[in-house]
Write a protein that binds this ligand. Structure first.
Ligand code: SF4
Ligand code: SF4
Length: 160
């Protein structure tokens, strides 16, 4: 599948379903939407997704970033957005698709209180949607490359 079509389909699967049946942001003050202490941060966009932000909603900006994958796009925000503007990275968090299902995203340990409960603490409908999104994403070489790179990055994080 074409990268843009795949990311749109994955976003759609995660348009309504959330990590908990209630708004999990109420428990942590929306920790994953806050920037780092140095004001840095941003959400890694999936290949093709940057085209959905050509007409950037107010408060968003785009920049290139090589931290996980060379020449990837980061979307920066001001800590608030409309649900329909959320990039796929935010819709998947704190899960990450794998080639066979999904796992907790190690990057979540820095911010997300749901990490301690693991997958069993999450809304089953959310987990199922992430797995479905993963099937779509892994059917596209570009998305598979990004996901593999994020998993490699997470393996490095585990060393610290
Ligand atoms: S940090 Fe975790 S619990 Fe808090 S809003 Fe984000 S996903 Fe939900
Ligand atoms: S894009 Fe939206 S959901 Fe994602 S971190 Fe920014 S405010 Fe939060």
């Amino acid at each position: 599948m074409d990268a843009l079509k795949a990311v749109i389909a994955a976003r759609e699967l995660l348009a309504q379903v959330t990590p908990l049946k209630q708004d999990c942001g109420r428990y942590c003050g929306g920790a994953c939407c806050q920037s780092d202490e140095d004001g840095q941060g941003g959400m890694l966009l999936f290949p093709g997704e940057e085209t959905l932000y050509r007409d950037l909603p107010e408060g968003f900006s785009l920049m290139r970033d090589d931290a996980v994958l060379k020449n990837a796009w980061l979307l920066q925000c001001e800590g608030f957005c409309n649900r329909e503007d959320r990039p796929l990275s935010c819709r998947l968090f704190p899960l990450l698709p794998t080639r066979t299902g999904c796992k907790m995203d190690w990057r979540g340990w820095a911010v997300c209180p749901l990490m301690a409960h693991g997958k069993t603490g999450l809304n089953p409908a959310f987990t199922a949607a992430v797995k479905e999104a993963g099937k779509i994403l892994y059917s596209c070489e570009e998305h598979a490359a990004l996901l593999d790179a994020i998993h490699q990055y997470n393996e490095q994080l585990k060393q610290f």
